[in-house]
Design a protein around this ligand. Structure first.
Ligand code: PLP
Length: 228
């Protein structure tokens, strides 16, 4: 079992400051309904095609919010704007421009997190941010994203490398927090308050390092029945 509240209290933090996104990718809608009945409010999905029928199925269930956490292909940007309440995986200026345009057409605003690759692993999406001495290179692009009127940047997201010991993830979470401080200094008028980091294996370490959102699937719902 997982307990984000206990993890928060143990690290001297207010549990209300950590939101739990229950990652439902790979799980059928019946399981998602059970999770919602048990109190899940924020649901995370990685793939637009998989998420669309689930989101349609749960339309009208009060208080449910859908979070896009997977890499978004350009041609899926419009569907993302139509379906999701939040995007954690904004990883390029090009995608930001498309999300901005479509949300503008829909007359809505989209809260987003900027995904950062703080490990340097090639398999990971995100802005290249593994070398602190290169962070300044990101500033022109970030500045343009902050200028998009219909997307609301709220903070940063990352995925730590998968390591056998959750302690191994700590330096990556610390790096994301360091990057948050860097952006706060460079763009003090913007909102950098959210840090989406930590999954089943490492969410406790992430909470200790300042996560405000953890994204947990397997540890809540069990292994995913279908391979994506
Ligand atoms: C699948 C996924 C998760 C959840 O992973 P678990 O190990 O099942 O908790 C979290 N974040 C992202 C980006 C994912 O793709």
């Amino acid at each position: 079992m997982i307990n984000v509240d206990i993890a928060a209290i143990r690290s001297g933090r207010d549990p209300a400051g950590v939101r739990l996104v229950v990652v439902t990718k790979g799980h059928p809608v019946q399981i998602i309904r059970q999770a919602v009945e048990a109190g899940a409010r924020y649901l995370g999905e990685n793939y637009v095609e998989e998420a669309a029928p689930k989101i349609a199925d749960l339309v009208g269930v009060a208080g449910v919010q859908w979070h896009m956490i997977g890499h978004i292909q350009s041609r899926k940007a419009r569907a993302v704007c139509e379906l999701f309440d939040w995007v954690h995986s904004l990883d390029s200026l090009k995608l930001a421009a498309r999300l901005d345009r479509f949300t503008g057409e829909m007359g809505r605003k989209l809260p987003v997190l900027l995904e950062m690759n703080v490990s340097g692993e090639e398999s990971k999406s995100g802005f290249p941010a593994w070398q602190a001495d290169r962070w300044a290179d990101l500033l022109p692009e970030i500045s343009q994203i902050l200028g998009c009127k219909n997307i609301d940047v709220r903070g940063l997201m990352t995925m730590a490398p998968f390591l056998p010991d959750p302690e191994g993830a700590r330096p990556y979470f610390q790096r994301l927090r360091g990057l948050q401080s860097f952006f706060i200094k460079k763009f003090p008028a913007s909102d950098w308050s959210e840090l989406s980091m930590g999954m089943s294996a490492d969410y406790e370490v992430a909470v200790q390092e300042g996560a405000t959102i953890v994204r947990v699937g397997t540890a809540i719902l069990g292994p995913r029945p279908s391979i994506q």
